[in-house]
Design a binder for this molecule. Structure first.
Ligand code: GAL
Length: 923
């Protein structure tokens, strides 16, 4: 290793996209799910979860919150509830206020992420809020609610219904806005005297401000950021340490459900005053081949002691197992090397090691996502004073403008999904198993890439994408200076865009799954010419200073090739413009942005840049709802009576209907095929999410997913699966075939298949054999007259029988049926079982119209934390243990109790139906 005192700017490199060789890279923090210290170095760094044992208080709607505000806010003037998603963002709003604000005390928290010392914020004298009761150790908070983290204060509801509701459909009709406090006592032992103690918050929604022992410490406003504050000057080792955190979620601050609260993990980290800095390691790999790879590691050391330090660093590299633990002996080591660090300063050191026959990280099914771990030890005066683990992966990542993304030399077409941060019925409160389930279902469809739309994800989600081998576009912002909702993050953009961007990249740059940084989504600066481009340039430059190995991008639904914005980023990310917006015949009469298919124009203008479809489709549907008549075209805008039913607020699952700016999957697939230079695309969206219930804003969750909010697959899932997994024998029939009263009426039958031909039978009678023509992604029998019985489809591939399936008319609903994703759980207070309930007739055929009210009862050491049925209009609060089934299905989510192993038994009942019970084991 060799010392390095250089400024970041020396690392700035001229970036060429044509053959970008990035290396890569591992995860950010110390071992993600536990203490990192090995036995040899036990105790030198502790990272303790402080998720349990908080008190929580949120001001009620009739209370006036305390005046400890971060900043004054503009008045809300625009209260429209059904703003079109692709409407042009409006100008920033400036506020002036004489109100006392705490911003000047909070801004210094950002200093470590502001490059130019001249722009660092000096903390003013004093400690606002110190005399406020809630921050005092003596305050009696026993009447406050007891909560454990991650905690989303809004997800339990109630939902607010109707037009003009307290929280409208766009933000999910849940009470996320408001001011609330969290309090907890910290156990800071005598032995922490003389050490550095940090509070690490993985996500707090939003405008967090932290007091310890009555003193204002700092905070961070952006609700999706991960951040830390240094508690050291305020701690009382061995005594009572009272932590108090104030959060403030503005109304009308988001285009989707933001959640509210300390909704990700919170940690207390104690280290020697000479320690490896926050996200202080950066791994890159180069010269990657099956024979060898060079791993380069840069480590930043902070010296908070009162004298200069001479330290030594060494690093061992291990293979990292599926259990997140290093396995076996080190496969390589970076030799010990000395470094001097002045008091109060940081310094960094670089080193490298060669690994023979590296096990590369790459996406399944053709590659495996192997990971490594760099364990770095910091020695002062011959003693280990810190130890820091950096998980990473070794991969060769290239971007080729003619083909797209190459991982380890293999072209990987992007089959991606956009995912918002919420976990459906669990809201924003992060849970590893719930996130893993989302990824598993997407993987089953053949999805290999995730766009983190439109904000920094939970760190553990990136651990999962690393482990499972997804490619990720990691995104910072939905807005810059121009706003999309009145009180969104444009208000803090001027002061926080640099720190938030640096924080994201430093946190996430070691994850092998991250392949690109998106600095913004459909920002209003697309409309502001050179001024907007200058913002993009600034953000792009910041990203490159922090990570020169990956490309930047920004998702554009308006910019054209001759506008200044696209020139500023490395990758061209197009939202909807690739296939064309409002371009197909069915869309011609609509108002709004309109473009022809723009892939060719962007390619011509930027022959050296890779183009990716960062958002496409924006198709809408409700699982199990089929409306008639069905459009004859392959893509049509949804409207009342044309794909949408304004009375039930459901959207047809024939999977042909879209937002006014969208395109059906069929059209997207065709367009990507016709433009093979495009790297692939990300469907909007993988799963349904809370908020943005286009086209019916009286609802509470979206219709965009290929999977519904409960995790049940819509028909569209199979359309994607048939396209993304051509080798999986599959044939899927829609609609269901239980239509009492439709006898004799035209009821179109559509079939998705990975085969090339299908023969359809109704009650044994062939309705004909059809072959897909080039560019066709469904086979359709549009004139079928309904008669009860059995529809059967037999698919062929290359003339051979390939797959078959059938749907049958159900009789009267008679019984409940239950299946669970996993019946062996961990008794850790976090593990979840997802129990799917199905209503069937007496022969086991799913009753697709059954909407019976169900009651759920659990015996044993666990809790039913939520139920859900995938109906976007349903306003029953998620924690309810009674819920109606929707189109024959319902979900219960069971969580184990911490440290209480045992047998759990879930029973589900409905009037006039045979009940069902299911056993789980928690250990
Ligand atoms: C896009 C936007 C997404 C979502 C989507 C569907 O324009 O980037 O966040 O709003 O439309 O409405």
């Amino acid at each position: 290793m060799y010392p390095e005192y250089s400024t970041e700017s020396e690392r700035k490199m001229v970036y060429r996209i044509a053959l970008l060789v990035s290396a890569v890279i591992g995860a950010t923090t110390v071992a993600p799910h536990g203490a990192n210290a090995s036995e040899a170095a036990a105790g030198v760094r502790t990272r303790e979860s402080i998720n349990f044992g908080w008190r929580f208080y949120k001001y009620g709607p009739d209370e006036t919150p305390d005046p400890l505000v971060y900043d004054a806010r503009p008045e809300i003037t625009d209260r429209r509830e059904t703003r079109p998603a692709d409407e042009r963002p409006t100008e920033a709003v400036q506020v002036r206020s004489d109100q006392a604000v705490l911003k000047p005390w909070i801004l210094p928290t950002a200093n470590a992420f502001i490059k130019d010392p001249a722009n660092h914020h000096a903390r003013p004298a004093g400690s606002p809020g110190s005399d406020f009761a809630f921050v005092q150790a003596g305050f009696d908070d026993t009447a406050w609610e007891s909560v454990d983290l991650p905690h989303d204060w809004a997800i339990a509801g109630p939902f607010s219904g109707g037009w003009g509701a307290a929280v409208s459909g766009g933000m999910g009709r849940l009470p996320s806005p408001g001011v609330a406090w969290y309090r907890r006592q910290l156990d800071i032992p005598e032995s922490s005297a003389g050490k550095s103690v940090f509070l690490e918050v993985d996500g707090a929604m939003s405008y967090a401000m932290v007091w310890l022992n009555g003193q204002l410490v700092g905070g961070w406003p952006f609700g999706y950021a991960s951040w830390q504050v240094d508690l050291t000057p305020y701690i009382r080792p061995g005594g009572v340490n009272q932590l108090a955190i104030r959060l403030d979620n503005p109304p009308e601050s988001s285009r989707w459900y933001p959640g509210g609260g300390l909704y990700r993990n919170v940690w207390l980290t104690t280290v020697s005053p000479i320690h490896i800095g926050q996200w202080g390691t950066c791994v890159t790999t180069r010269d990657v081949s099956p024979e060898s790879a060079v791993v380069e590691l840069r480590v930043e050391v902070a010296n908070r002691s009162s004298s200069a330090a001479e330290v030594t660093l060494s690093t061992d590299i291990y293979e990292l197992g599926q259990d997140d633990r290093p396995s076996g002996d080190p496969v390589a080591s970076i030799e010990p090397a000395p470094l001097s660090v002045d008091s109060g300063r940081t310094a960094s050191i670089r080193g490298a090691a060669k690994i023979s026959s590296p096990r590369l990280w790459g996406p399944p099914p053709t590659q495996e996502p192997h990971r490594y771990l760099a364990r770095t030890r910091l020695y002062a005066e011959g003693e280990v004073v810190d130890e820091y683990d950096t998980p990473f992966g070794i991969r060769d990542l290239r971007f080729d403008p003619n083909r797209g993304v190459l991982v380890n030399g293999e072209h990987i077409p992007i089959r991606g999904a956009n995912q918002h941060h919420d976990l459906g019925p669990l809201g924003a409160a992060f849970n590893v198993r719930a996130a893993e389930r989302q990824l598993e279902v997407l993987r089953e469809a053949g999805c290999n890439a995730i766009r983190m739309s439109h904000n920094p994800p939970a760190q553990e989600l990136l651990d999962l994408t690393d482990k499972m081998g997804f490619l990720v576009i990691d995104e910072t912002f939905d807005v810059w200076e121009r706003k999309k909702t009145p009180l969104d993050f444009h208000l803090i953009f001027p002061e926080w865009s640099e720190p938030d961007t640096r924080a994201l990249v430093r946190r996430d740059r070691n994850h092998p799954s991250v392949i690109a940084w998106s600095i913004g989504n459909e920002v209003g600066e697309q409309y502001t010419g050179e001024a907007g481009a200058a913002v993009a340039r600034r953000l792009h430059d910041i990203v490159k200073e922090e990570d020169p190995t990956r490309p930047t991008t920004t998702a554009m639904n308006f910019s054209k090739p001759d506008m200044p914005l696209p020139a500023e980023v490395d990758l061209i990310s197009l939202n909807y413009q690739g296939e064309g917006i409002r371009d197909a015949p069915a869309y011609r009469g609509l108002q709004g942005i309109r473009t022809p298919p723009l892939y060719p124009a962007f390619r011509e203008a930027f022959p050296d840049k890779v183009i990716v479809s960062s958002e496409n489709a924006a198709a809408v549907s409700t699982r199990g709802a089929y409306l008639f008549p069905v459009t004859k075209g392959v893509s049509a805008p949804v409207a009342d009576g044309a794909g949408g039913d304004p009375d039930t607020r459901q959207v047809s699952s024939y999977e042909l209907y879209t937002t006014p700016f969208g395109s059906s999957a069929d059209k997207v697939f065709r367009s990507l095929k016709e433009h093979p230079f495009v790297a692939g695309g990300f469907v909007w969206s993988g799963w349904d999410y809370l908020g943005e219930p286009t086209p019916y804003y009286l609802s509470r969750s979206s219709y965009f997913g290929i999977v519904d909010l409960a995790g049940f697959k819509k028909d569209r899932f199979y359309l994607y699966q048939s396209h993304w997994r051509p080798d999986l024998p599959l044939v899927h029939i829609l609609p269901h075939w239980t239509w009492p009263g439709r006898e004799g009426q035209v009821t179109p039958v559509h079939v998705f298949t990975s085969g090339d031909e299908v023969e359809l039978f109704l009650n044994g009678q062939s309705l004909g054999r059809q072959r897909k023509t080039p560019g066709q992604h469904r086979l359709r029998w549009d004139d079928v007259a309904y008669q009860p019985g059995t529809l059967r489809a037999t698919a062929y591939k290359d003339g051979r029988e390939w797959a078959s399936s059938e749907v049958q008319t159900a009789g009267a609903a008679a019984a409940l049926d239950a299946t669970v994703d996993r019946d062996q759980l961990l008794a850790d207070g976090r593990d979840l079982a997802f129990v799917s309930i199905r209503i069937a007739d007496s022969s086991g055929v799913t009753a697709p119209l059954a909407n019976h009210p169900l009651t759920f009862e659990l015996k044993g050491p666990g809790e039913i934390i939520a139920t859900a049925n995938g109906d976007p209009t349903n306003l029953t609060p998620f924690p309810s243990s009674t819920r109606s089934a929707f189109h024959g299905r319902c979900l219960a989510i069971v969580r184990t109790n911490r440290d209480e192993p045992g047998e759990l038994k879930l029973t589900v009942r409905a009037e006039a139906l045979r009940p069902v019970s299911l056993s789980l084991r928690s250990r």
